[in-house]
Unconditional design. Sequence first.
Length: 85
Amino acid sequence: MGVAEDITRILKESLTPEHLEVINESHLHAGHAGDDGSGESHFKVIITSEAFENFSRIECHRVIYSLLDSHLENMPHALSIKANG
């Protein structure tokens, strides 16, 4: 299973989002810092979940990073997040 699939699974199981997109943007960063050649180094997450209701943008990001950090073997180099409740 790839990183995008792992991120999707973790966020779906933990946050029950109404909307979730996990987009691999690694190809846009080929040859740049953080590109490890795996093709799985840079991701964008777009998520809407009731779990984020009344959370600030920073709080949403902290929740997502915490979930992924505790469940992924290796975090991607870069993760862009757009989250709302």
